[in-house]
Write a protein that binds this ligand. Structure first.
Ligand code: GAR
Length: 220
């Protein structure tokens, strides 16, 4: 059982998926505290609905990013949090948080890192013409979207895709892989070796692939 602190800034659909998977017994964790940097976000309604403890810590009330993160650390430690989950948390975290939780801060990013870091990724993917997109759960390091990758999910990009359609397709996978990453952590299976995160005891696909558009000549 791993104690989670979840940081949010928005709708909290990833938070919801984690709550649902914990309640269904698929993820061996408990949410000790949910912290939002913004008041009136839907993620907090979700917390209330499930009777989970939450707080609003307004980043604007702190002079520096470091001061804000120090406050987060105090709250997370007071709630005996072991693993910090950034779930649509739209703030850059500083070494103050990362040193308090080394390799114990996870983030989800809606692209196949290291491609498309940052924001507005879905339109950028459509515009670039990539044939696959996806999402990445990674440990957070001091860069932006650069930390060691834990798990990724891939979705196809279609010729008539819009940013909205693509983001919805990716989000459905986000809701699965974030919980999987937390469960791998809870089972003690994640081993960080430099940039690589190994999932101990998980069998790998021997020879799997996807082709988009479907290649056809091999099936015909
Ligand atoms: C998700 O798509 C997540 O990957 C993204 O924000 C969305 C939050 O949705 N996170 C980032 O872009 C972090 N850089 P949610 O609030 O419904 O979980």
């Amino acid at each position: 059982m791993v104690n989670l602190g979840v940081l949010v800034s928005g709708s909290g659909s990833n938070l919801q998926a984690i709550i649902d998977n914990i309640e269904a017994g698929r993820v061996d964790a408990r949410i000790k505290i949910i912290i939002s940097n913004l008041a009136d976000v839907y993620a907090l309604e979700r917390a209330k609905k499930h009777g989970l403890p939450f707080m609003v810590v307004r980043h604007k009330e702190y002079k520096t990013r470091e001061d804000f993160d120090q406050k987060l650390v105090e709250i997370l430690k007071a709630h005996e949090v072991e693993l910090v989950i950034l779930a649509g948390f739209m703030r850059i975290v500083t070494p103050v948080l990362l040193r308090a939780f080394p390799m114990r801060v996870m983030n989800i990013h809606p692209a196949l890192l290291p491609a498309f870091p940052g924001t507005h990724v879905w339109q950028a993917e459509v515009d670039y013409g990539v044939k696959f997109a996806g999402c990445t759960v990674h440990f957070v390091d001091e860069g932006t979207d650069t930390g060691p990758i834990i798990i990724q999910a891939v979705v196809p990009v279609y010729d008539d895709d819009t940013a909205e359609a693509l983001s919805a397709r990716i989000l459905r996978q986000e809701h699965k892989v974030y919980s999987q990453a937390i469960q791998l952590y809870a089972e003690g299976r994640l081993e960080v070796q430099g940039r690589r995160v190994l999932a101990k005891g998980i069998p790998m696909f021997p020879d799997s692939f996807m082709i988009n558009p479907p290649a056809g000549i091999f099936e015909r």
